[in-house]
Design a protein around this ligand. Structure first.
Ligand code: LLP
Length: 395
């Protein structure tokens, strides 16, 4: 069942871009309903936390300028994302720089721009940051991202705080780091940060993590570091099996878990990605062939894991609906992409009859869709169109 907003999105998509694309080219494309992301951004802002959108989820320029206008900050993880966020209007003091692989070039640029906060993920990175800041004669505002050893209930490929994880400073290393920091004058430890994984549906996890971080915050403050901020990361999931009508109703519980459980007077920072943008996006693809196998029937689309990697990487489910609804019995299709790779499949779906050249909508593709698209098999990166209040937005 499609929700009203999804029908509006499809109608918006079919009103102009789809017709143009059908006439002019046969390639899949993304359409974003920016109004949906705007509503979610506004709901997040109401929490009272400082909200930094995780740009990795979707870095479409028109989206970023809109989120900036709504008063959100940005959370970036590469020089490319940092430059793009600044180019889209975010001020340096709106930006948190996360990421496990920030080297000399990235850190130098961030220092030169005097961004709000650099989240360091290792002792080694902290030492480099301190050296670079000293060379430049500036003081770096940093937070340390802690690996708190929580195996978040989500796909293992998007857990980020198990003992084996490459992310964050292992909590057992913190005392040594603090001892070292005491003797430094070019890094100011402003806060602690955490992010235990993505697509987390159980709000209890955020409660557990914010409590742990609150305890740690008090310990570090008691050890003589005047912290001000707790960055509780992102990670709130959506139900990919249903439309998003009830998503916003989940926010109060999520905010409560994050904002009330730490028991400190720290300023709380949040870094949502998926929850803001997953629902706003559909990938519109075309059926190339309906292929009858012996036991299975395949709907082969013109877009697959090149356009949307999530099913291949995390066995992720995305709802699929044809744009032409043919009467008659529904049939089971294995909906697959065109690539020479067996993992290039969206999975089995019961759908109204499909015919070659029909268009289908693949839902909830606004997060980690276009940003992860690639050119495997020399496929083209899908175009991205955005609509705001039903109007096409061009940038
Ligand atoms: N903050 C940090 C430090 C992160 O690493 C991430 C996501 C976020 C915030 C935003 O998390 P979100 O609110 O979007 O869950 N490609 C995967 C997801 C990878 C997430 C990586 N980190 C997927 O398609 O499911």
């Amino acid at each position: 069942m499609l929700s009203n907003s999804e029908w509006q999105l499809i109608e918006g998509a079919t009103a102009w871009p789809l017709k143009t694309f059908v006439q002019n080219q046969s390639r899949a494309f993304y359409v974003y309903d920016l109004s949906d992301a705007r509503d979610r951004a506004r709901a997040f802002k109401k929490s009272g936390a400082r909200v930094h959108f995780a740009v990795k989820a979707n870095s479409h320029a028109r989206l970023l300028t809109m989120l900036k206008a709504e008063g959100l900050g940005a959370d970036v993880v590469s020089l490319g994302e940092l430059v793009k966020a600044l180019a889209c209007g975010f001020a340096p003091e709106d930006v948190i720089f996360s990421g496990v692989g920030k080297g000399r070039e990235e850190l130098s640029f961030a220092l030169q721009k005097r961004i709000f906060q650099i989240n360091v993920e290792s002792f080694e990175e902290l030492q480099l940051l301190s050296r670079l800041a000293a060379e430049k004669g500036v003081v770096a505002d940093a937070a340390v991202r802690i690996n708190v050893h929580v195996a978040a209930p989500t796909h293992k490929n998007i857990q980020t705080a198990t003992e084996e994880s490459k992310f964050g400073l292992d909590i057992r290393q913190l005392p040594d780091v603090l001892t070292w920091l005491k003797a430094q004058s070019s890094v100011r430890l402003k806060g602690l940060a955490v992010h235990v994984g993505s697509q987390i549906m159980d709000v209890g996890v955020f409660q557990e993590v914010s409590r742990k971080m609150g305890d740690l915050y008090r310990e570090v403050t008691a050890a003589g570091f005047p912290l001000e901020r707790l960055d509780l990361g992102g990670g709130l999931g959506i139900d990919y099996h249903k439309s998003g009508d009830n998503d916003l109703a989940r926010l109060p519980e999520y905010f409560k878990a994050n904002l009330e459980n730490h028991g400190t007077n720290a300023q709380i920072l949040l870094e949502p990605g998926r929850f803001i943008v997953a629902r706003m996006g559909v990938l519109i693809a075309q059926v190339v062939h309906v292929k009858r196998g012996v036991n299975l029937q395949f709907a082969i689309l013109n877009a697959g894991m090149n356009a949307l990697m999530r099913p291949a990487l995390y066995q992720a489910y995305h709802r699929i609906e044809p744009l032409t609804l043919r009467p008659g019995p529904r049939q089971v299709y294995n909906v697959v992409g065109p690539l020479c790779e067996s993992t290039d499949t969206f999975g089995g779906r019961e759908l109204p009859e499909l015919r070659p050249e029909d268009w289908v909508a693949i839902f909830d593709a606004g997060a980690y869709g276009a940003v992860m698209a690639n050119t495997y098999n020399e496929m083209q990166i899908p175009a991205q169109w955005s609509l705001l209040d039903g109007r096409l937005e061009v940038l």
